[in-house]
Write a protein that binds this ligand. Sequence first.
Ligand code: ROI
Length: 165
Amino acid sequence: MTHSAYKSAYIGIGSNLDAPINQIQQAIQELAQLPRCELVSASSLYGSKPMGPQDQPDYVNAVAHIHTELEPLTLLDALQQLEHQHQRVRERRWGPRTLDLDLLLFDQQYIDHPRLQVPHIGLQQRNFVLYPLAEISPQLSLPNGTSLQQLLDNCPLADLVQLAV
Ligand code: ROI
């Protein structure tokens, strides 16, 4: 991707089924290969306790930063296609999954569409999103001006652990 107007997007990655570490490492490679996208950076992998129903395995989470020329909904289509390739099956709400790709932030835009809300609704409460984000973009702010640092100050690290992989 060269010579054109690209936008910055952050993608939250989660898995708690079928070798989660592999799922996430593979997903990062796949994001790097999306058309009209460039991988800028990816965080470490983090181990986290499930948010929501507790009768499911622990999660592995990470965040990727990309530059993209795609429109937000086209990027969403591409992310959902990757989820599908990872045999993602939607069973119950907040149930376990092989791969979850959430569009967290898109170029300081607000998006309110039936398929897509950006910034991602759960961002502020999710340590498994905020800490990996801070690792790769500590100076980041939300479109409303709130700094990532402020969000971190209000979101305990709790059980989140950086994995050595
Ligand atoms: N919990 C954790 N720790 N990590 C996730 O990625 C995650 N994703 C989800 C729900 C089920 C809300 N819980 C999660 O979608």
